[in-house]
Design a protein around this ligand. Structure first.
Ligand code: BTN
Length: 240
C-alpha cells in the first residue's frame, strides 16, 4: 500500500494534523514534523520533541477497528526491526508500547481512534534519534539512537524503514486478521513477559510476575498468591 508523506518544519502535534486530514476523508497519510510545539504522550503527558526527534503520525482507515491495540504492537515491532536494520542495535518492547534500550526509553507510541460515520486511526510514533541530551525531568529515563551509537543518524532513513516494516504488517497481517502472528512477533521482541513488575495505577501499586498477554493484548500478571490478574492499558505505568 502506498502512503503519502506530508512533511512540516513545525507543528503543534502531528497527531492533530493527521486528524485534520481525516476530516477531509483522507487516509494512508504520514505526517512528519521536524519539531512539535505541543507533542503529547499517553495519559495526556507532554512529549518532548525537538529537532533530534522523529515525530510521525500515520493516518489509517482500517476495515477492522476492533483490534486497534494490534496497530500499536505493529508499530513497536516495526521500530525494533528498523533500528536493528539501520544501525544493528537490538532494542526491546516494554508492554504495551515503549521501545527501550537497556531500560531507557527510546520511543513512545500513541494510538488514537477517530470514531464517527467513518472510522480512522492515528498511530503516533515519537522516536529519540539525534538528541545529545534531554530535559532534566527525563534525562535519567530517556536515550537517543545517537547516544547509543555515538553518531548522527539520518532521521529520514529511520522513518522510511519504520514505514516499510509497518505497512508490511498492516497489509499482510492486520488487514488479514492475522492477529496471532502479530502477537507472536511482538512477544519475540518484548522483554516484559517473564519479569517481575510493579504496576502503578492511579490509586495503587501492584506487584507480580508478567506471565503473558491475552487476545486483547492486556498484560497477565501473576500475584504472590498465584492469582492471575489482567492489567488493562489505560491508566497504568509499569516498572521493572
Ligand atoms: C508515550 O510514550 O506516551 C507516547 C508518545 C507518542 C509521541 C508521538 S510523537 C508523534 C505523535 N505526535 C504527538 O503529539 N504524539 C505522538
Amino acid at each position: 500500500m502506498q502512503y503519502k508523506l506530508r512533511h512540516y518544519k513545525s507543528l503543534i502535534s502531528t497527531q492533530d494534523k493527521a486528524k485534520e486530514f481525516s476530516k477531509k476523508g483522507l487516509n494512508n497519510i504520514v505526517v512528519i514534523s521536524d519539531v512539535q510545539t505541543k507533542g503529547r504522550g499517553r495519559f495526556k503527558r507532554k512529549w518532548y520533541s525537538d529537532n533530534g526527534s522523529l515525530s510521525m503520525s500515520i493516518l489509517l482507515k482500517p476495515k477492522n477497528i476492533a483490534n486497534l491495540q494490534y496497530l500499536t504492537f505493529a508499530a513497536a515491532i516495526s521500530i525494533v526491526k528498523a533500528i536493528n536494520k539501520l544501525i544493528k542495535v537490538s532494542t526491546k518492547i516494554k508492554w504495551p508500547n515503549d521501545v527501550h534500550y537497556k531500560g531507557k526509553k527510546l520511543c513512545g507510541i500513541l494510538t488514537e481512534g477517530i470514531f464517527g460515520k467513518e472510522n480512522y486511526v492515528v498511530v503516533g510514533i515519537g522516536l529519540n534519534v539525534n538528541q545529545n541530551k534531554f530535559p532534566a525531568e527525563i534525562k535519567n529515563i530517556a536515550i537517543s539512537l545517537k547516544l547509543i551509537k555515538n553518531k548522527t543518524i539520518n532521521i529520514q532513513d529511520v522513518s522510511k524503514i519504520i514505514l516499510t516494516e509497518f505497512f508490511i504488517i498492516y497489509n499482510d497481517q492486520y488487514n488479514k486478521n492475522k492477529f496471532k502472528n502479530i502477537q507472536k512477533t511482538w512477544k519475540k521482541y518484548c522483554d516484559t513477559i517473564g519479569k517481575n513488575v510493579e504496576v502503578i495505577t492511579k490509586t495503587k501499586k501492584i506487584y507480580g510476575k508478567a506471565v503473558g498477554i491475552d487476545k486483547n493484548c492486556n498484560l497477565l500478571l501473576k500475584l504472590k498468591n498465584n492469582k492471575i490478574v489482567k492489567i488493562i492499558e489505560g491508566d497504568i505505568n509499569i516498572r521493572y
